[in-house]
Write a protein that binds this ligand. Structure first.
Ligand code: GDP
Length: 309
């Protein structure tokens, strides 16, 4: 990628896309193109083809997706599979037809089996059944990853994929019904502190184990892969460190300085019991995360306070 290459970031208003744009600008890339959802509906095949035909991007970061936390995924599986397949089919095929030099497809660690051997290596894909709460989203992402591989094999398109662990950072969704755990807990503990509530409800048993990566690190890894990786196999992106939901809740409670209780709502699903990525492949390529979890949470809470107080 040259500093004046024409780079299209699909999904530039989202958590990851916005971080990729920030990272590209910081690294001196000058020719970044974006479209809002209103300007370009990525589920509209003809509109996507027209956009690629007129703009002719050279590089594509496919960070646009229909996303949500465990509750949204569980409730709307049809929307998650259908919309994501549409978005990625349209962008990947248009990238092929209009000769994009390189495309990076962003997936998710939920592509791996529910009871996968840990830490999860790239080759464990399709070695077992998926977690039912996010099966629709996971199947779409597996299809996207395979599509990139197949276009590479059959047509020699330079389409690569990466699979990040649970991400967090600014520009996230704080809606308690549809968000992921990190923004939900920042909001719940902050609101409970401000309103002197006696307890905060955390979904599930608190036992599931997750790995969290700050989105600035994720963006940095995406730009790194675009610059340095041309392999057929997808690449995991994470920290290699894990924490239980109970420990995460306690950490956020301490950082925010909330004195009340934590109650676990066991009527809500736990999802996958453990999700820890093996990130040795990415580390061997020369990339490692920088933002430690405590610093990331403090930073996120500061941004939340500025936006909501
Ligand atoms: P997942 O990694 O795909 O399961 O996505 P989430 O980030 O939505 O959930 C991670 C874990 O956090 C699950 O075990 C949830 O049950 C748990 N969790 C605890 N409290 C909350 C909450 O308020 N919102 C969400 N989304 N998850 C929560």
């Amino acid at each position: 990628m040259e500093k004046d290459s024409k780079i299209y970031v699909a999904g530039h208003r989202g958590l990851v896309g916005s971080a990729i744009v920030r990272n590209l600008k910081k690294n001196g890339y000058k020719n970044i193109i974006t479209r809002t959802h209103r300007e370009l509906d990525l589920t509209d095949q003809l509109a996507v083809r027209n956009f690629f035909e007129s703009e002719r991007p050279e590089y594509v970061f496919l960070a646009a997706a229909y996303v949500g936390g465990i509750n949204a995924n569980n409730k709307y599986p049809a929307d998650f599979i259908y919309k994501n397949l549409q978005i990625q089919n349209n962008v990947i095929k248009a990238s092929h037809d209009f000769k994009v030099k390189k495309l990076l497809f962003l997936g998710s660690s939920c592509i791996y089996p529910k009871n996968c051997h840990q830490p999860i290596k790239e080759e464990y894909l399709l070695s077992g059944c998926l977690e039912p709460t996010n099966e629709g989203y996971a199947l779409a992402k597996i299809a996207g990853l395979k599509m990139c591989q197949f276009f590479k094999k059959q047509y020699e398109d330079n389409f690569i994929s990466c699979m990040p662990t649970n991400l967090y950072g600014p520009n996230d969704n704080y809606d308690l019904e549809t968000s992921h755990v990190m923004p939900a807990l920042i909001r719940k503990f902050h609101d409970a502190k401000v309103n002197n509530k006696p307890y905060v409800e955390v979904w599930g048993t608190g036992k599931p184990i997750r790995e969290f990566l700050h989105v600035d690190d994720m963006a940095d890894a995406c730009v790194f892969l675009m610059e340095n990786y041309d392999g057929l196999e997808h690449v995991n992106i994470g920290t290699g460190k894990e924490i239980s939901i109970k420990e995460l809740a306690e950490m956020i409670k301490d950082i925010i300085g909330y004195d009340g209780e934590i109650k676990f709502d066991k009527t809500k699903p736990d999802g996958t019991p453990r999700k820890l990525l093996d990130v040795s492949k990415l580390e061997k390529l020369g990339w490692k995360y920088k933002v430690e979890l405590g610093d990331g949470i403090r930073n996120l809470w500061n941004v939340y306070k500025i936006k909501n107080c």
